[in-house]
Design a protein around this ligand. Structure first.
Ligand code: GUN
Ligand code: FE
Length: 409
């Protein structure tokens, strides 16, 4: 069995058609099937899976308080957690997603249930115990009761996940996870920055997702959201910040200096982002970008759907007057593969010697009736692939999905 792959050149965001031309997709037997790198999803709220596609009718803060916090609170119940997480992890793998950066809930035990399921199903998973202890912004029924509790439970989770990783010999990594600045007290933000340093861990949070969040940081700290995170040592080269639709040029300079990445969540941003993230501009500012579904601010578990939306949103941004905003399918594919891998510092996302064999075998449904020019095939796969066309998925060379076995279900 291979756990590393054999082949080709560095894909590059700028060279539009290079992904296909570089054979980052490879033709395999049987005819009309293609081998693509598995996707990295840089932003999933695992406990929100039961409301994917529901309850998207309110702005961010009202959505959190009305629907999302009550749902996440249910993960106290481990039977509920197990059923929901088994469904989610299976669904993401079936959609070609081989690496995921997960927000869990506040509950240490339920987060470990998620970790065990990822280990059992063979998904590479970065998982965070959500820290949220600010009584002004979180409900009594769903909060860490104090900064001390948030920090203690984060540390317990780190140690138990690392133990589980060793016992199962799986690809699990704990992540420092302040929900976002409004949810946390200063003491928690400070302590989480210290824990990230102590254990040398990745960090995830939300930054400047909405006009509301941006203004909140200014009202509470007299600083921009990114500056607040930086003040607490939460912008590092291992940090991934979701959304960033409201990031200013000075924020992007700060991200660049700290080598912090952005998780672009194009479907979710339509509902909560207050605008479209200017992907090309962020890329030109030398800030690393990957792709995120943001389940369940985004309703779809499919990175294909998010790639499609990233291209469509960029076109609308250009139509609304932003020059040079448009990105291509190859650019968005780069985010979902190479970009996400770089953000997490793992050798995946490319079909290339020495890289992890994280792969998907995808059927090209329309080869009989459409152009078989190589770039056309690539775009067709990007726009038409659903999980029904993803026949096999591999993580580090181990098969994790085989649709033949499931009779196509
Ligand atoms: N900001 C804080 N929490 C959340 C969340 O659960 N989803 C999104 N999209 N933004 C958030
Ligand atoms: Fe989110």
């Amino acid at each position: 069995m291979i756990d590393r792959v054999i082949s080709v050149d560095e894909p590059d965001f700028k060279s539009v058609k290079q992904t296909a031309e570089n054979h980052n997709i490879l033709h395999v037997i049987p005819k009309s099937s293609y081998l693509l790198p598995g996707f990295t999803d840089l932003h999933v709220h695992a406990p929100q899976w039961p409301q994917a596609g529901l309850a998207l009718d309110k702005p961010l803060n009202e959505w959190l308080q009305t629907y999302t916090f009550p749902l996440e609170a249910k993960y106290q119940n481990l039977d509920f957690a197990k059923k929901s997480y088994q469904s989610l992890v299976k669904e993401l793998l079936a959609n070609g997603t081989t690496t995921v950066l997960y927000f869990g809930s506040i509950h240490t035990e339920a987060n470990l249930v998620l970790a065990q399921i990822c280990a059992d199903m063979g998904q590479r998973a970065f998982i965070g115990k959500v820290a949220m202890d600010n009584p002004d912004q979180t409900p009594d029924f769903y909060r860490d009761n104090s900064a001390q509790e948030a920090l203690e439970q984060t540390e317990v989770f780190i140690q138990r996940l690392q133990k589980l990783q060793k016992e199962t010999n799986s690809e699990l990594v704990p992540v420092i996870t302040p929900r976002f600045v409004p949810s946390c007290t200063d003491e928690t933000l400070e302590g989480l920055g210290q824990l990230a340093k102590k254990y040398d861990l990745p960090i995830q949070s939300h930054c400047s997702e909405s006009i509301w969040e941006d203004q909140y940081a200014i009202d509470r700290f007299g600083m921009r959201d990114a500056e607040v995170l930086d003040k607490f040592n939460l912008l590092t080269d291992k940090a991934v910040m979701a959304h960033g639709t409201q990031l200013s040029d000075s924020d992007l300079d700060l991200f660049n200096e700290r080598n912090t990445a952005v998780a672009h969540c194009p479907i979710s941003n339509i509902f909560f982002g207050s605008s479209v993230l200017p992907v090309r501009h962020v890329h030109d500012k030398n800030v690393e970008l990957g792709m995120g579904t943001d389940i369940a601010g985004g309703y779809s578990p499919s990175i294909y759907r998010n790639i499609q939306q990233a291209v469509m949103s960029s076109q609308m941004l250009q139509d609304a007057g932003t020059r040079n905003a448009r990105i291509t399918a190859a650019n968005a594919f780069y985010l979902a593969t190479v970009g996400g891998a770089k953000a997490l510092h793992i050798p995946t996302g490319q079909i290339k010697a020495g890289y992890k064999a994280d792969l998907q075998i995808v059927n090209d449904q329309y080869s009989d009736v459409m152009s078989n020019n190589e770039n056309d095939i690539f775009e067709r796969l990007i726009y038409h692939t659903t999980k029904s066309q993803i026949n096999e998925v591999y993580v580090s060379g181990k098969q994790v999905i085989n649709r033949g076995e499931n009779n196509g279900k």
